[in-house]
Design a protein around this ligand. Structure first.
Ligand SMILES: [Zn+2]
Ligand SMILES: [Zn+2]
Length: 96
């Protein structure tokens, strides 16, 4: 089951369970769409995987299956990330 994390790891913008802007990697590292497109260029800074839109959990399940409340806020280190980006951004996620 998805954790549905509450915020973007990079800019800390809030990403509620019904957000249309939440993106996740295969380990569920969670970022907003704007960070994924403008900064990360579809390379997860933690695992180098690509991103997909996080599915919305319908309201009726939120009580039984509550979203995570744990804030993970680790803005990308631009120097280290630059190298990672260079290595992976031109390789399709399915070939990384
Ligand atoms: Zn963000
Ligand atoms: Zn990741």
């Amino acid at each position: 089951m998805l954790e549905i994390r509450p915020n973007c790891e990079n800019c800390n913008t809030s990403l509620p369970p019904n957000s249309e802007d939440a993106m996740i990697c295969n380990f569920e590292c969670t970022f907003c769409k704007k960070c994924v497109e403008d900064i990360l260029q579809n390379v997860c800074p933690n695992c180098s995987g690509g991103f997909q839109k996080r599915p919305v959990r319908p309201k009726k399940y939120l009580e039984k299956y509550p979203p995570s409340e744990k804030i993970i806020y680790k803005p990308v280190n631009t120097n280290t990330f630059k190298l990672m980006l260079k290595k992976f951004k031109n390789i399709k996620p399915s070939n990384r």
